[in-house]
Design a protein around this ligand. Structure first.
Ligand code: SF4
Length: 338
């Protein structure tokens, strides 16, 4: 379901724009629309025809994203397995400091070799209402002030729904524009569309290597954009919207942690309006890929930082529960049932 569809149905019941905004705001705050909540008082302002339609709508909205299970981490994060109306499962992650990572697709077509989600291929797109429903669900547990689109899926492959969701969250959902973080492997449509949109999110670009051939191997179905051009496109967007680009680099031992790659990062990123986020791979015993040793990670950070590239190490939230993008769903672990 799309947000526009919900709005259309409400309008058909006689809701004016101000009524629709009031109902949407309540939904995005995670308030049940038809039971004894603060919202019930607000309903007195609605036309009777709209009030009559609310219980049915409320039931449908509740089915868009249901909590199937929760994996609490020791770092203040928690991974949520979220069931969609058709029984498909995606993941959302409650992040420390009021952040939330949401999914934009069931599965993903990019097929990154180090990602569980990529192994399943794309199963289906999430509608804009399913994307924002993850925020409404999370707000039942804790406040959400930042939303990152880094869960399952490639947001650039579901751009219309993402833009609709970001407009709603940035407009009446209480999320500041720079606290909406659109994450992509890099797609020309993103650089064409986002600058023209009213809500301009911060951008996270998954770079992973400065070598075009290796990038094609690691991200087999990503658009063919040379890393140098990708950084130029990112830089133009960052300067235009005033938010630095967050480059994402999953660190894989022996693959992209060499001195040559570090010098490549300096050549591409130094002097740019950017932050380099190094994410040591969350390896499992059965994996083909391993995370670099701790000393090597420290060495890399010092090297880049001391030469003028703002560099941070980001451990994937919930690392202690083996949570990587899509890993819980793919591995069928037995989480705490809700
Ligand atoms: Fe898709 Fe992201 Fe996984 Fe790559 S890392 S396959 S883009 S979900």
């Amino acid at each position: 379901m799309r947000v526009t569809e919900i709005n259309r149905r409400l309008a058909e019941c006689g809701a004016k724009t101000c009524h629709i905004r009031r109902i949407s705001r309540a939904w995005l705050q995670g308030w049940p629309l038809d039971t004894g909540t603060r919202y019930q008082q607000a309903q007195n302002f609605l036309p009777l025809s709209v009030r009559t339609a609310i219980p049915q709508l409320s039931q449908e909205l509740a089915k868009l994203a249901k909590l199937r299970a929760e994996h609490p981490g020791t770092d203040g994060s928690a991974r949520l397995l979220v069931e969609l109306h058709d029984g498909q499962i995606v993941e959302s992650v409650l992040l420390p400091r009021d952040g939330l990572c949401v999914s934009s697709q069931v599965g993903c077509a990019v097929g990154c070799v180090f990602c569980m989600t990529g192994k399943s291929g794309l199963l289906r797109q999430l509608g804009s209402a399913e994307i924002v429903a993850q925020v409404a669900l999370a707000r039942r547990f804790r406040p959400v002030r930042k939303v990152v689109f880094m869960g399952m899926g490639e947001p650039a492959h579901n751009l219309d729904n993402l833009i609709e969701a970001m407009n709603l969250l940035g407009d009446i959902g209480g999320i500041g524009h720079k606290n909406l973080v659109f994450s992509t492997v890099g797609d020309r449509r993103v650089f064409e569309r986002l600058p023209r949109e009213r809500i301009k999110p911060a951008l996270a670009l998954s770079l992973h290597t400065t070598c075009a051939d290796l990038r094609q191997q690691l991200l087999p179905n990503a658009p063919r954009i040379d890393p140098k051009e990708l950084v130029e496109l990112g830089e133009a967007y960052a300067r235009q919207v005033g938010h630095p680009i967050q480059y994402q680099w999953t660190l894989l031992a022996g693959i992209n942690d060499s001195q040559e790659e570090m010098d490549g990062i300096l050549r591409l990123i130094k002097g740019k309006y950017a932050v380099m986020n190094l994410i040591p791979y969350n390896s499992l015993d059965i994996d083909d890929y391993q995370r670099p040793k701790g000393e090597r990670i420290v060495e890399i950070v010092r090297y880049l930082h001391s030469r003028g590239v703002l560099t941070k190490v980001r451990n994937s939230a919930g690392q202690d529960i083996d949570g990587g993008c899509g890993q819980l769903r793919a591995r069928g672990e037995r989480p705490r049932q809700m």
